[in-house]
Ligand binder design. Structure first.
Ligand code: SF4
Ligand code: SF4
Length: 386
């Protein structure tokens, strides 16, 4: 239910669903005990966040805009899952961010990505006409009405040099499985997931409307995405604006192709692997099995589980805009995951999200654990064995 925030005069852009649930909170503290900020040292804490939410009306906005306070939340959903009163904590955090965005009080790094989204349709400051620069050494068909799936490549895998290999690997594996897919290309814009979570609702809606018009105009019915963040947004947020398609993470399509015998895997032994569940694939979308099916079927793979796995997975800290902000070494969630992966006995830590790859690889290097562990994207392990 949409509700006006009672203590502020707000524009239509910052009205958000779940505002009324704020007042259902009984201060039990389960959310704060579950928040990953409890697992690391540092200034940010969920307890502080929820107090801010509750007292915003009385205390005003001043001083809440820091990266260590309201913008610390990664929208990982761990707190929402344990709240006994159904308080929509993420929606309320995002709602408060919208108020700050309305008055232009957001962290400087987020202003940079907003500017790039406005001018280029991506947060990477990459020229729009370079969106398909990731296409190297692979043939990528263009989407037409005869194509079954539109493949939407996340901006991170379009523009970030490391992440481009994820896009190529997904395309290679889909081709090997005989899937009919194609891209639209440079006309595509960011899905808008991050910019919505950091509070710029108007910019999100502009991106969503441009994408919906483009996809519907091309006759898109089914979408495969490379990132769980795009998955969540297309699936759950675009229908409100007229974007209604069947949306799949690539791991769902490849796991089905595997079980139907269309995808055959061969080649080098994968060895001991473990899986880090991305928050937007796991807790937000409840897709725990498809990536594990693929991992189990890699030649010579032994799947070990992390101590905190599936719905108990600990966030990599890349969501909610945090991937664009600096977190001091020693305070990073991804460092916890590297330690957990090493303790599991696995030699390869696998995940299925470009943000997780960025955060985990960075922490692997900071901790100097490259000799003990490798970090890989699921699509890369699959594509290497097609
Ligand atoms: S969504 Fe995650 S990071 Fe944000 S307050 Fe909840 S548990 Fe903490
Ligand atoms: S878990 Fe829910 S009810 Fe308990 S303190 Fe957190 S928001 Fe309030």
């Amino acid at each position: 239910m949409e509700a006006r925030i009672p203590f502020l005069e707000v524009s239509d852009a910052i009205i958000y669903s779940g505002a009324e649930t704020l007042y259902w909170c009984m201060q039990c503290g389960l959310c704060t005990g579950t928040c990953p900020y409890r697992l690391v040292p540092g200034p940010a804490s969920e307890e502080f966040n929820i107090r801010l939410v509750q007292h915003l009306g009385q205390l005003g906005l001043e001083g809440f805009e820091s990266e260590n306070c309201l913008f610390a939340c990664t929208t990982c959903r761990a707190c929402v899952d344990v709240c006994p009163r159904g308080v929509e904590i993420i929606n309320n955090v995002v709602g408060m961010r919208r108020m700050l965005a309305e008055v232009g009080t957001i962290p400087p790094s987020l202003k940079t990505i907003a500017g790039s989204l406005h001018s280029q349709g991506n947060p990477w400051s990459g020229p729009r006409d370079q969106r398909t620069a990731w296409i190297k050494d692979v043939e990528i068909p263009t989407f037409s009405e005869q194509t079954e799936y539109f493949l939407f490549v996340c901006c991170t895998s379009c523009f970030d040099a490391r992440s481009q290999n994820i896009a190529r690997s997904v395309a290679k594996a889909l081709t090997a499985a005989g899937i009919s897919f194609g891209i639209i290309g440079n006309e595509e814009s960011c899905c808008g997931e991050t910019i919505r979570k950091v509070g710029d609702e108007q910019l999100f809606q502009n991106l969503a409307q441009a994408n919906i018009q483009l996809y519907n105009g091309k006759g898109v019915k089914k979408i495969i995405v490379t990132s769980p963040h795009c998955l969540y947004t297309f699936k759950n947020e675009y229908p409100e604006f007229g974007g209604e398609w069947e949306v799949f993470h690539y791991s769902e399509i490849l796991a089905s192709a595997l079980s139907e015998g269309k995808l055959k895997l061969s080649g080098s032994n994968a060895g001991a692997v473990t899986f880090h569940d991305p928050c937007y694939l796991g807790r937000h979308t409840k897709l725990y099995d498809p990536p594990r099916e693929l991992l189990r079927n890699l030649p010579g793979a032994e799947l070990m589980e992390l101590a905190r796995t599936k719905n108990k997975s600990v966030c990599c800290q890349g969501g909610g805009g945090r991937v664009w902000m600096e977190t001091a070494a020693g305070e990073r969630f991804a460092e916890l995951r590297i330690h957990e992966a090493v303790a599991s006995g696995a030699k390869t830590l696998v995940t299925a999200c470009p943000y997780c790859i960025t955060m985990l690889e960075d922490s692997l290097k900071v901790l100097g654990k490259q000799d003990e562990l490798a970090v890989k994207e699921l699509s890369e392990l699959v594509a290497e064995r097609t």
